[in-house]
Design a protein around this ligand. Structure first.
Ligand code: ADP
Length: 360
């Protein structure tokens, strides 16, 4: 078991800096997911923790010990990659036993560990098979088995599910989470998939362009994103946005967000920090918008309707912005219709348009 501390970690390739001073404390036994768009530096960061990339600056502590210059094998880490990296000519058992044999452990010590890992990962019936006779999910489980028998203090996963089909991805997601609940080891898991991050993490680290945008529990980030980047990155369909200027309402009392085309979105609560004239971006999640027969806060011109079974997505425009409204009702709304919407004040996010930072 190991806590991991990163302070002021940066990475340069020649003159180009790609990771810009990362501070992150990971508790012993915690499952932390690094998530962000492709190229944001999450793999580089993890490879520095693994010892596969040199750390250009800052301090890395694993289990309280400075690990910056330790060789990968001295860090007591197991890593699972996107490509399973199995030996094709070795059986499942021999693939899992490869590490212990290299380390010259006797089979009497490692065999029980392999049997236990195989049982835990539902591989007991497949130990004699070659990797080519396994499904993608089974191969990924062998890769995990190999990581588990090392009994590492720290597990690193680099996009381990990217090569699996959608259904298997969901299944393996649950299995990895269950594995963590059983082993209670420290996990750093890299993915570009926000659903994986939301469903698996104790804490999510959202990265962008080599920096951390926000760290927090999944629902904390979902409910109170610190800035526009996090707000738009987490959630599917993603949060709706409308840029505008705070103004007094043309009709009725109170304030509104005046959009570029002159239309208004009524705001029940004006943010104290945004006086009339302030440039603000409103955000609201599709599932928080209500279709109303009362005086609306905004109106959606519906263009496309997508029923998914459990819910229906209405796509359309509000003052030139593309929005999605999710409803659980089997609605009779047709494309071309204008739908009246209520935007509940408790679900409205407001951001400073220029800095992107959250106002309320
Ligand atoms: P992610 O895992 O988030 O997709 P990476 O960590 O792989 O991102 O890459 C972060 C940035 O570092 C990218 O801009 C990438 O082009 C750059 N990069 C990665 N490896 C190298 C390298 N060996 N030399 C130069 N630039 C690199």
């Amino acid at each position: 078991m190991a806590a991991v501390q990163l302070s002021g970690i940066f990475k340069r390739y020649g003159d180009t800096q790609v990771v810009h001073g990362i501070d992150l404390d990971i508790d012993d036994g915690e499952f932390v997911v690094l998530v962000g768009p492709s190229g944001c530096g999450k793999s580089t960061l993890m490879r520095m923790v693994a010892g596969l990339e040199e750390i250009s600056g800052g301090d890395l502590l694993i289990g309280g010990t400075r690990a910056n210059t330790l060789a990968p094998q001295q860090r007591n880490i197991s890593m699972v990659f996107q490509s399973y990296a199995l030996y094709p000519h070795l059986s499942v058992y021999d693939n899992i036993a490869f590490g212990p044999r290299i380390r010259k452990e006797s089979s009497t010590t490692f065999k029980p560990r392999i049997d236990a890992a195989a049982k835990m990962l539902n591989l007991s019936g497949y130990l004699d098979r070659l990797p080519r006779a396994l499904s993608g999910g089974q191969r990924q489980r062998v890769a995990m088995g190999r990581a588990v028998v090392r009994e590492p203090s720290l597990f690193l996963f680099d996009e381990p599910l990217s090569n699996l089909d959608a259904k298997l991805r969901v299944q393996m997601r649950t299995e990895i989470k269950a594995l963590h609940q059983r082993l209670k080891n420290t996990v750093i898991y890299v993915t570009h998939d926000q659903i994986e991050a939301m469903t698996m993490a104790d804490r999510i680290v959202v990265m962008n362009a080599g920096r951390i945008e926000q760290i927090g529990r999944p629902l904390e980030l979902y409910d109170r994103p610190a800035n526009l980047f996090v707000a738009s990155f987490l959630g599917s369909p993603s949060m709706n946005f409308a840029e505008g200027v705070i103004a007094n309402r043309t009709q009725g009392a109170g304030v509104a967000l005046k959009l570029a085309d002159g239309s208004e979105v009524a705001l029940e609560r004006a943010p104290a920090s945004a006086a009339p004239g302030a440039k603000v971006t409103l955000g609201v999640r599709p599932e928080h918008i209500e279709i109303t027969v009362q005086i609306p806060d905004a109106a959606l011109d519906v263009e496309v309707i997508e029923p998914t079974g459990a819910e229906t997505h209405l796509y359309g425009k509000i003052g030139g912005n593309s929005w999605c409204v999710t409803t659980r009702e089997r609605s009779k709304i047709e494309p071309g219709q204008r739908v009246a919407l209520r935007l509940p004040a408790e679900h409205i996010h407001l951001f400073d348009t220029e800095s992107g930072r959250r106002l309320v």
